[in-house]
Design a protein. Structure first.
Length: 197
């Protein structure tokens, strides 16, 4: 039987800018307890590809057919034997066969305090606009396991930040990103320790 590598293997899926992906990559480059072995994106022009090129991390784009049709992305990811698959700003719904193949190993970060402001169509700036519109006094981040429904898997971690009336969707996004950068890599590290295999 093939031995599992000592350094934990991470795979990231991202759809856009990829600032969380970069933060996770650099965090584990410093610590060496885990390594991001590949980043995949559903958008050929996503800035995350430029970040990965700069950081020397293998990064690939894929289309809907590879994701939901032929299964080819799943086969590629299985071949990497990841300890965790991290959704960092990834906007497509994860197909059932991925969840069956990696039942506890896919995690997502959501830029609000779930179950509020979750579900289909609730992502990125749309979340912050809704939070502002409702005059919320706080918002935050949720890191959760991924199941077959958008933003409904079991919650692993949440952190909050207070809001004032002066906050705008942009300033809310900045506050939320700060929380993401601070906590997401640490939560990943803890999960990997708990896996302990
Ligand atoms: C992050 O704020 C993440 O929480 C959010 O997209 C942003 C991606 O930023 N994810 C969702 O809205 C998922 N529903 P990044 O590309 O700079 O990491």
């Amino acid at each position: 039987m093939q031995e599992k590598p000592l350094v934990k293997q991470l795979v990231i899926l991202a759809s856009g800018s990829g600032s969380n992906a970069e933060n996770i990559i650099t965090y584990f480059e410093e610590r060496k307890t885990a390594k991001v072995v590949a980043v995949f994106t559903n958008k050929r022009t996503a800035a995350v590809l430029d970040r990965c090129a700069r950081l020397g991390i293998p990064a690939y784009s894929f289309n809907k057919e590879a994701f939901t049709g032929s299964n080819s992305l799943l086969q590629v990811i299985k071949g990497l034997s990841p300890d965790l698959i991290i959704l960092a700003g990834f906007l497509w719904k994860i197909p059932q066969d991925f969840i069956q193949a990696f039942p506890k190993e896919i995690i997502n970060i959501h830029p609000a305090l779930l179950p509020k402001y979750g579900g289909k169509g609730m992502y990125g700036s749309r979340v912050h606009e809704a939070v502002k519109e409702n005059g919320e006094e706080e918002t935050g981040i949720t890191i959760h396991h991924v199941n077959e429904n958008y933003d409904e898997g079991s919650i692993i971690f949440q952190a909050k930040t207070p809001l004032t009336q002066d906050d705008t969707p942009d300033s809310i996004a900045q506050k939320v990103h700060q929380l993401e950068y601070e906590h997401f890599p640490r939560v990943i590290e803890k999960l990997l320790q708990r896996h302990g295999n």
